[in-house]
Design a protein. Structure first.
Length: 330
């Protein structure tokens, strides 16, 4: 009798665990995203049913960039869209994460925009630059200064939230700003005669953009994340097909609250990556900006040097190319 009762309780417990697992599996994967073209493109997957076709439910949560990372840190979502360098920042702050999909690399949309009269990065010596300290535009600026023999000691950095850089440049408080689209484009429009004097196109691979996932979600929902990765290829194909590209841009522009004609100009500065293209960057262990590992190592050095965080991060623990490899096989 005791044995039968024990077995019955065990069976009920097992059934309850399976039921709970089923409910959890049915919940949408929550991805926080923000106004970068490589990420607003996720809206295409949602609206065109690419996630559903892949067999996974996804809930996209819209934020400004900084708040999106805060939401991830607070456990309000399973994943967030960030640069590879900011994946480290988020992880060092306690929100461990793994890059499972490379959406793109910046190919000109990240800019150092200067007021009229400043035509080159060299001319920034002694000037004020509005920049969000510790963010990717800060790294872009240092990279540009280094190429002409300058350092951050040769300029005055004015801490400025990225979404406020257009107004700050227009106000005359600074001589230049660092921002990504659509903020960089707004800065160019806000100040007639201003120009981009250094961009991410000058250093491809400096900024890779990714979806990062919590280790817990990756462990329990790995098969679903592979489906998310696979759906991304349809997004890239939709934007590369001349027949569907205008509709894709319209969807992205609406999500960002920008006119589609204006938003279309942003796409050339974003090098979208198909899975076939990204897997080479993902799996390479080469040094330098040509690989995700090399680029992230450089970002790690930057973050430690600028006291964004104190302890150097284990780069390998942040990168998992296996989902892309698996998605390509299916």
């Amino acid at each position: 009798m005791i044995q039968r009762s024990f077995l019955r309780r065990s069976s009920l417990l097992a059934a309850a665990v399976l039921a709970l697992a089923g409910r959890l599996a049915a919940e949408p994967l929550k991805i926080a995203f923000s106004d970068w073209p490589g990420w607003t493109a996720l809206e295409i997957a949602a609206q065109k049913g690419f996630f559903t076709e892949a067999g996974v439910e996804v809930e996209l949560l819209w934020f400004e960039y900084g708040p999106s990372m805060e939401a991830f840190t607070a456990g309000k979502c399973d994943a967030v869209t960030v640069t590879n360098g900011d994946a480290l920042v988020t992880g060092a702050g306690g929100a461990k994460n793994v890059m499972v999909l490379l959406t793109d690399f910046s190919n000109g949309n990240d800019m150092i925009v200067a007021r009229p009269g400043i035509d080159s990065i060299e001319q920034l010596a002694g000037k004020k630059i509005g920049i969000e300290i510790g963010f990717v535009e800060h790294l872009l600026l240092l990279n540009g200064l280094k190429k002409v023999g300058l350092t951050d000691k040769d300029v005055e950095l004015v801490p400025t939230p990225t979404n406020q850089t257009p107004q700050v440049l227009a106000s005359g408080q600074v001589d230049a700003i660092g921002a990504w689209q659509p903020n960089s484009g707004e800065a160019l429009r806000a100040v007639p005669g201003s120009k981009a004097i250094y961009t991410s196109a000058n250093e491809p691979g400096l900024i890779y953009d990714a979806i990062v996932v919590t280790p817990q979600s990756l462990a329990t929902r790995r098969a679903d994340w592979v489906k998310v990765v696979k759906a991304w290829d349809k997004v890239v194909a939709y934007l590369r097909d001349p027949a569907t590209r205008p509709d894709g841009i319209k969807i992205m522009a609406a999500r960002a609250g920008v006119d589609p004609v204006v938003y279309a100009r942003f796409l050339d500065g974003t090098q979208f990556l198909s899975l076939t293209e990204s897997v080479k960057i993902f799996t390479s262990r080469a040094e330098g900006f040509g690989s995700l590992t090399g680029s992230t190592a450089i970002a790690n050095e930057f973050n430690v040097a600028n006291e964004v965080y104190k302890e150097s991060q284990d780069i390998a623990s942040y990168i998992d190319a296996s989902l892309t490899v698996e998605a390509l096989k299916k």
